[in-house]
Design a protein around this ligand. Structure first.
Ligand code: SF4
Ligand code: SF4
Length: 360
């Protein structure tokens, strides 16, 4: 028996007869296989299923019924399938008795995520080419070839990664693990028309007139950050890639082409230099409202609820067409800003961050 099975078996012993149980991504998914026979629990999957059982036998899988990691499950008598809005309504409405959540493990090589469940298409192709836009990003500072690969993560797993990796450097570490798993053979960043400011949703187009390409996605992103006028050490992903030795610094990258010395002055997203990355975690958590940029709902909001349905820690509620944000629960992932169809989520910079940015 491997240690993952031992942990899943032990966790299953904590469950009580009659409970509604949410099984999170990762090891918790295996708990469904070890529910003690003398109790009956109702398992809930964030992807939209209630009353399911263990992993199906080979050949009996149904691609439309999946657990939180998009792995096949069996349906039990009385099961129902529904959309993720309803699924989160069940969670938010307080109808779940117990949730078993996964935790982070980091190995000796600094790898945070060792297994990814990715879109099936990845197994059907010989090679991957990442074709990304040159743009600013409220959460990650600037995004290009590497962050583009997050598109291989499907469904609610995206929100789960935001929940598991709340700090920017944690999220960047996960993106690096994903890139090392996908291994794109070529990375192209389209900066013919880029985006500056509070991208990717509230940014402004900027004509950079440049196309970047290279075999190493991390090196391409370093060059991209430089072209945009950002210090790669201020961008969590390139900073970490440099520290892990996955790319040489700009001076060691062989840049060729007519625009190799091009340096532009993209407007930074309001959160590029976050104080959260520069203070101990306990201070960051205590002073989050002052150290970071917080989402704010502006007058353009139509109360559609899309932001609240996708907010990873469920920090948003909509009542009477008005959105309320619980800033104590908000993890500053800025998914709400990215998803709002009305561009109604803006950013309010915390007092300490504003003061610090004045001196940077
Ligand atoms: S997604 Fe945008 S428009 Fe819809 S409720 Fe949220 S803030 Fe308002
Ligand atoms: S309110 Fe917005 S920024 Fe805060 S956790 Fe929810 S989606 Fe993320």
């Amino acid at each position: 028996m491997d240690f993952r099975e031992m942990i899943a078996r032990r966790a299953a012993l904590e469950l009580k007869d009659g409970e509604v149980v949410n099984l999170g991504f990762g090891m918790p998914m295996a708990v469904a296989n070890f529910i003690p026979e003398d109790i009956e629990v109702i398992l809930q999957s964030e992807n939209g299923c209630l009353v399911f059982g263990p992993t199906p036998k080979l050949g009996e899988q149904d691609a439309d019924t999946a657990n939180s990691g998009s792995m096949p499950i069996t349906l039990k008598q009385g099961a129902s399938l529904f959309d993720i809005f309803t699924s989160f309504g069940i969670i938010r409405g307080g109808h779940v008795d117990t949730a078993i959540l996964g935790a982070l493990e980091v190995d000796q090589n600094g790898v945070t995520v060792k297994r990814f469940v990715v879109a099936r298409r990845l197994s059907e192709v010989d090679k991957v080419i990442s074709l990304a836009k040159m743009k600013t990003h409220t959460f990650m500072g600037a995004t290009g070839a590497t962050k583009n690969l997050f598109g291989f993560i499907v469904g609610m797993q995206k929100a789960q990664f935001h929940l598991r990796m709340q700090a920017r450097h944690e999220f960047a570490a996960m993106l690096i693990d994903l890139a090392n798993c996908v291994k794109p053979v070529l990375s192209i960043v389209d900066g013919v028309m880029g985006m500056e400011g509070n991208g990717p949703r509230n940014g402004s187009p900027i004509q950079a007139g440049i196309l970047l390409a290279g075999e190493n996605c991390f090196a391409v992103d370093i060059v991209m950050a430089e072209v945009m006028g950002f210090n790669p050490e201020d961008v969590p992903l390139t900073d970490l890639a440099l520290k892990q030795g996955l790319t040489p610094p700009l001076a060691g990258i062989d840049v060729v082409g007519s625009a190799k010395d091009l340096r532009l002055n993209f407007v930074e997203p309001r959160s590029l230099k976050s104080l959260e990355d520069r203070v101990p975690k306990w201070i960051a958590e205590l002073g989050r409202n002052h150290l970071t940029a917080s989402p704010k709902i502006s007058t353009g909001c139509i109360g559609c609820g899309r932001c609240a349905a996708h907010c990873p820690p469920q920090a948003m509620t909509v009542s009477g067409g008005t959105v309320h944000i619980n800033y104590d629960k908000c993890i500053r992932c800025y998914c709400c800003q990215e998803l709002c169809p009305e561009n109604a989520v803006t950013l309010r910079v915390g007092h300490l961050l504003k003061l610090a940015q004045y001196f940077w």
